[in-house]
Design a protein around this ligand. Structure first.
Ligand code: ZN
Ligand code: ZN
Length: 250
């Protein structure tokens, strides 16, 4: 299985200035190709990184913020073979589906509006995968994180959320945990994780490996590599700071 990072930036400044891209990431596996959180640039960076939109099997949108859903309709056009077939799985929360046009909705093969805490299996043309979702604490209140069970691996993703008691509980047993860590230190804005939160989460969830992504301007100034090093030193867990275009084999 391969994970391709199409955009590793987060936050409002980054969204408009594109210091780091905002296209989300994609998992290519033998059972499914899944694009997660296709923000602005998902299409352009997919094409540049030779990630064909035509062979996407599923799209996941974790919440209705622009940097997570803006390119979702383009991906649906790819997934549905230029809109000629009704094909592909679209997994999102109840708010994000409002940003998909009726025509694009009609091209989705299977739509799943997430019910947090539920575990659901999906069949693709190549095999199957399972998703387990968990509620996040973000200003978009139906945001969800998830664990994907596919190719005998468990990939976890903690999307935009602030830390809350028990957050790590839902992310135990991950081979790889991809965490949106927007800032290095606390600030007055709530709703996002900082480096110390990731350390707290990893100490309890104990994934085999962690990737931090969705980095905001303060994180980029502080140096993502240094922050990843800090997390690794304090938890003993291999931690990588994602870069645009980076590929990880899991
Ligand atoms: Zn975000
Ligand atoms: Zn958000």
């Amino acid at each position: 299985m391969e994970i391709v990072f199409l955009g590793t930036g987060g936050g409002r400044i980054n969204l408009l200035k594109q210091i780091r891209g905002t296209g989300g990431f994609r998992i290519n596996s033998t059972s499914a190709n899944i694009h997660i959180d296709p923000g602005p640039g998902a299409l352009v960076h997919s094409v540049k990184l030779r990630q064909s939109l035509l062979d996407i099997d599923a799209v996941i949108v974790t919440h209705g913020h622009l940097d997570h859903y803006s390119d979702a309709m383009v991906l649906i056009e790819g997934m549905s073979a230029y809109g000629l077939k009704k094909r592909g799985i679209f997994i999102c929360n109840k708010n994000s589906i409002d940003y998909v046009s009726p025509w694009h909705k009609s091209k989705i093969g299977e739509l799943y509006l997430v019910v947090n805490g539920e575990k659901k299996t999906f069949k693709t043309e190549k095999g199957s995968f399972e998703i387990e979702t968990m509620a996040m604490k973000h200003d978009e209140e139906s945001a969800f994180g998830f664990k994907l069970f596919m190719d005998e691996k468990v990939i976890g993703h903690i999307t935009d959320t602030e830390y809350f008691d028990g957050l790590e509980k839902g992310f135990e047993g991950c081979d790889l945990l991809i965490v949106n860590c927007i800032k290095p230190e606390p600030d007055k804005y709530k709703g996002h994780l900082e480096t110390a939160d990731v350390i707290k989460i990893l100490k309890k969830a104990k994934p085999k490996k962690c990737v931090i992504t969705h980095m905001g301007i303060k994180m980029l100034r502080a140096g993502p590599l240094k922050q990843a090093e800090r997390i690794k030193n304090e938890t003993g867990i291999e931690t990588v700071a994602a870069k645009d275009g980076m590929r990880i084999i899991c």
